[in-house]
Every structure is written in structure tokens, then in C-alpha cells.
Design a protein around this ligand. Structure first.
Ligand code: ADP
Ligand code: MG
Length: 197
């Protein structure tokens, strides 16, 4: 991946998240405190404003730098978690990039999120999108399959009861709404797939 490719990719991801801020806020209003859209918009706007400096670095370092911006600017529970995801991916970025090595690196980044969030699959969080996407990637799925997997996984958080994060305070009342972090993860995956296809 070259500098201009990486720049276009990070810019595409950021713009999609920023464009969906209201939707993410609405989702977080239903089962949280209604700040997920504003949080994510602030973080990705910071990434965009720092894009030239970020993408002047090699890919692994660029991902770490983007992750740092997210940690510093997103806030809430999701800031440190998305920051950890991007920094973890940067740290694990393979020297020889192919689908298998990317899946392994993404798996390591997800493990870092799990450790940071003390969370796992099935708790109605971003992990319920990230984990199935990693599994599809590791299984050799193409871009369409990965995109579909993310969409199905985000929708599958609707009937779940949250047992982590702010939504868990609602108990059974968290059922029936899509998890905001699952939706933002899906938007990010979708933007990556579209930019690469
Ligand atoms: P906050 O909950 O602090 O207001 P946000 O609204 O920005 O933060 O983000 C909420 C999202 O963060 C949730 O929808 C969920 O996907 C994710 N999340 C919260 N806690 C965890 C956790 N421990 N592990 C993984 N994801 C989490
Ligand atoms: Mg919130």
C-alpha cells in the first residue's frame, strides 16, 4: 500500500463515520447517553486534519498515529477501544501483506480491544461486528462477503441484551436496538471494502 492509497482509505473511512454521526447518536440515545456520533465525529475529524502527517509514515506507524488521535479525541468508552484497535493493527501490521497475514494482524488488534474492554463476543458491543469480520477474513472471504458479514453482524446485535458498556445498565431494555459501536464498526468495515473494491 502506498502513501496516496492509504490517505484515500483513511479519508474515506473518516468521511463515512462523520457523515453518519447523527445516526450513531440516535442509536446511542436509545441505549446509552447519546454521544457516540459526536464522539466519533470529533475523533475522525482530528484524524482528517492530521492526515498528511499521518500518511507520511509507513502503514503500521500511520495506523498507530491514527489510533493515538482516536484515543485522545473520541472520548467515552469507544475512544480508547477504537484507539486500541487501530494502534493494535498498526503494531501487528505484517511485513508481507496478504489476506492471511492481514487476518492475523486484525485478530491481534481485536485481542487488544478485548483486553482493554474486558469484553468478549456476545455482549452487544463493537466486538460483535469486529470478530465475525475477522473470522470471514481469515476464512478467505472476498470483499462482498466481508461487507455482508459486517452488515449481518451489526443487525444481529438488535435482539441481544447488553452485558458490557453503558447499555448494560438498561438490562432487558437494551434488547431491540442496534448497538451504536457495532454500527460504527460496520460503517468503518464497509468504507474499507468500498475503497478497496
Ligand atoms: P460511552 O458508552 O462511554 O458513552 P460511546 O457512546 O462513544 O461511549 O461508545 C459506546 C459503544 O462502545 C458501545 O455501543 C459499544 O459498542 C462500545 N463499548 C462500550 N464498552 C465496551 C467494552 N467494554 N468492550 C467493547 N466495546 C465496548
Ligand atoms: Mg455513549
Amino acid at each position: 500500500m502506498t502513501g496516496p492509497d492509504l490517505k484515500a482509505l483513511i479519508e474515506a473511512v473518516s468521511n463515512v463515520v462523520i457523515a453518519h454521526a447523527d445516526e450513531l447518536t440516535d442509536l446511542d440515545q436509545a441505549i446509552g447517553d447519546g454521544d457516540h456520533g459526536v464522539n466519533m465525529k470529533r475523533g475522525f475529524e482530528a484524524v482528517v486534519s492530521d492526515l498528511d502527517q499521518i500518511t507520511a509514515k509507513p502503514v503500521g506507524e500511520a495506523l498507530k498515529a491514527a489510533g493515538m488521535q482516536l484515543v485522545m479525541k473520541v472520548g467515552g468508552a469507544s475512544g480508547p477501544l477504537y484507539g486500541t484497535l487501530f494502534m493494535g493493527l498498526g503494531k501487528a501490521w505484517p511485513e508481507t501483506l496478504d489476506q492471511t497475514s492481514l487476518a492475523t494482524a486484525f485478530g491481534e488488534a481485536i485481542d487488544a480491544v478485548k483486553a482493554r474492554g474486558k469484553s468478549e463476543a456476545g455482549q452487544k458491543t463493537m466486538l460483535d461486528v469486529l470478530i465475525p469480520v475477522q473470522v470471514a477474513l481469515a476464512a478467505g472471504g472476498d470483499l462482498d462477503t466481508i461487507c455482508d458479514t459486517a452488515e449481518t453482524a451489526a443487525a444481529a446485535t438488535i435482539p441481544m441484551q447488553a452485558t458490557k458498556g453503558r447499555a448494560s445498565f438498561l438490562g432487558e431494555r437494551s434488547v431491540g436496538h442496534m448497538d451504536p459501536g457495532a454500527r460504527s464498526s460496520q460503517l468503518i468495515i464497509n468504507a474499507v471494502c468500498e475503497a478497496l473494491s
